[in-house]
Design a protein around this ligand. Structure first.
Ligand code: GLN
Length: 308
């Protein structure tokens, strides 16, 4: 295996080309109607190396919605504000063995399994303080900060599509409101839909991966939010629950904290080292990007990046 410091755009593009064919074997998410319009063939691969240098290949300017990847940012904002103990008093640290939209423990213990599945993520966002869309704006600002990309915004059409079809998420919201875990009104659910609709590129995702890999220090060295404990918390959740019910097998094959979204993105943290961002909207049966998974797997094998 090669040393990751020798990474080049050429290596990335040969891995991308090798795995491009997977994009015709997966399926674009269409349970959110607006997502069904995505180009299944789009594919991009980015790495931010230890020194913050960016390597890009493929459809690097293609934007997509971050979807579930927003859950790690919301978790960071909520824990920064409320403290870890208060957030995890209301939900578990459990790994995921169920699909992301599963009701899991809501009807038994009442508490979501973890902040990476929808129930726990909806609850997490509701814990961020502020009226109306203020909690969402805090999440958006954090994404803009981490990526150093102030042009990032959310897609109104994807947001509306989620809001009008997200009845299952609405059901979870009201079960948690019924049990007293959630105290606000439906603005809080809208904030979750909005954060899922934030649009970015594979490069932005690589910068997010870098941030959590490096104790919440930004790729350019800015250490405003430096916090080793929060980074450990987020990475541990990514490892045990970031790829939904595939997380266990993924930790065997890839072995890195990662978070996927049904928009086709995956962000990966190589602890103490680099960040990886992939995009390919054709998904596998778990809702993870199929070509994205295979690109990550090849990079990990080539440079021996598993933490194990
Ligand atoms: N917005 C999506 C949902 O709530 C996010 C799910 C995902 O990316 N897995 O269904």
């Amino acid at each position: 295996t090669a040393d990751i410091s020798t990474i080049s755009e050429k290596t990335l593009s040969s891995i991308l080309e090798k795995n491009r064919t997977y994009s015709s074997q997966g399926k674009v998410a269409d349970y959110i109607p607006e997502l069904g319009k995505m180009d299944a063939k789009a594919i991009a691969f980015s790495v931010v190396d230890k020194n913050g240098k960016v390597f890009n290949t493929g459809d690097v300017s293609k934007k997509f919605t971050m979807q579930s990847i927003s859950k790690i940012i919301a978790l960071m904002v909520a824990v920064n504000e409320k403290g870890e103990a208060n957030v995890f008093d209301k939900m578990g640290y459990f790994g995921s063995d169920r699909p992301f939209n599963h009701f899991s423990n809501l009807e038994t213990t009442g508490k979501p399994l973890n902040p990476m599945m929808n129930a726990g993520a909806i609850l997490t966002t509701s814990l961020i303080s502020g009226d109306g869309e203020k909690p969402f704006l805090k999440v958006l600002d954090m994404v803009r900060y981490i990526t150093k990309n102030p042009t990032i915004d959310y897609s109104k059409s994807v947001y509306e599509s989620e809001k009008f079809t997200g009845h299952r998420n609405r059901g979870m919201f009201y079960i948690m409101k019924n049990s007293g875990l959630i105290s606000g009104n439906e603005d809080q659910l809208d904030n979750y839909f909005k954060q899922c609709s934030i649009e970015l590129t594979a490069e932005d995702l690589a910068k997010i991966g870098y941030f959590f890999a490096n104790q919440c220090v930004r790729f350019d060295g800015d250490s405003t939010y430096k916090n080793a404990e929060i980074a450990k918390l987020i990475e541990s959740q990514m490892l045990t629950a970031g790829m939904y019910e595939f997380s266990g097998e993924y930790s065997r094959t890839v072995g890195l904290p990662s978070k996927s979204g049904v928009g086709g993105g995956i962000t990966v943290s190589v602890p103490g080292k680099i960040g990886i961002g992939v995009f390919s909207p054709a998904l596998d049966q778990h809702g993870n990007s199929l070509a994205g998974y295979h690109m990550i797997l090849d990079l990990v094998k080539q440079y021996n990046l598993s933490i194990f």
